[in-house]
Design a binder for this molecule. Sequence first.
Ligand code: URP
Ligand code: ZN
Ligand code: ZN
Length: 477
Amino acid sequence: MNDRFDLVVRNAVAVTAGDVQRCDIGVRGGRIVALAERLGPGEREIDAAGRTVTPGGVDGHCHLDQPMPAPMRMADDFLTGTRSAACGGTTTVIPFAAQKKGESLREAVEDYHRRAEGKACIDYAFHLIVSDPSERVLRDELPQLIRDGCTSFKVYMTYDDLKLSDRQILDVLEVARREGAMAMVHAENSDCIAWLTEKLVASGHTAPRHHADSRPAPVEREATHRAITFSELLDVPILIVHVSGADALEQIRWAQGRSLNIYAETCPQYLLLTAEHLGLEGFQGAKYVCSPPPRDKANQQRIWDGLAKGAFHVFSSDHAPFRYEDAHGKKLGGKEVAFQYIPNGIPGIETRLPLLFSEGVGEGRIDLHQFVALTATNPARMYGLYPRKGTIAVGSDADLVIWDDQREQTIGNAMLHHAVDYTPYEGMRLRGWPAVTLSRGEAVWEDGEFRGRAGRGEFLKCGLPDPARPRTRAAGA
Ligand code: URP
Ligand code: ZN
Ligand code: ZN
């Protein structure tokens, strides 16, 4: 028997959520088959030279080629989006197959498979977005799709084309509980936003910075509390996505203090941007329009505290790629539109890991194990991909990042690999950047170049996530 490895990563300092190990990493058939000192030869060998090696990132919240109401169009498809992810150390993405109101959820998933196939450069799974929980969706489509490996879905409390009523959310959460799926909630109070928007527009306040005025912290806080209430009523775990500041976090901590299964996600924009960015001169603030909006420095600090103290479980990009100089993007229809028409979301799939590595670990706010847990292990657990993804262990996929820990890097859009014409982090100086990204043992980012190939990414059927289990089971359930 030929027991040569396909690949050996030598002299790694392999860091997982719980351990650190000085070892060689042996890879065969795309999986890790040995972790030990002085492994035998490999067809290919990479000397990590004592550098940090982490599991490839799992981006549990990003939007790629998601169909949007015209004329909005996302800039990144599965090729450019996964290319960009790989160059930033991410080896698994979980974007959203979004149901349109009045349409079938299953057809949305079939359409999304067609968009991904032949294009994805790294592995991918799908979350669902349920925007129309008809009887057919609740009874047939959603349970069947969960059994087919789409075991997580998002519900929206705002956005006219996506939002559900409270009653509809309860219906959908009931399915999550019964089937064992993870429900993600976008928590903002829709009526408050509509009311505030009307007042702002009526008084001529239409510039991008008023986006933040239309969605102040109480709007997010109230919806977060309401979502927690639904979770408690049904005894079903939920994950609150893109938490922006202290108010919503307070509700989450309150719920966690009552032993409710409330999980939470935050994103780089809530650590590193503020509402002041929305007020940049001219129309530049449109580049920072996302929901919930970035808050202020004090809120950033509370989010950092939440990351360090374990209130947050996942750190995602919420990459929502709209170009700035584009009639399908921020300048919708070719105009500097009023804030309520600016497509929501900002790019960040490639910068997610380097930002947290440098600003979090490098600045001593979190340790490397927390970094790994937040960016890889926990999202893999939350969405039913663990231990295939999200860790460095025998049997796991050889999805690895070798870090150039000391590399000084100033972020510039020209060095990124997405199809967006800006980055919100332009000019930020970081220490540390992925030197090599391996996806199932193949280098997809090395020597400063993308080395992947369209179509090599595989669709991942997710298992039922352990964290989605209810605390108790109702009698007869
Ligand atoms: O503004 C944002 N976050 N856009 C992306 C869609 C979403 O709600 O996550
Ligand atoms: Zn959202
Ligand atoms: Zn999102």
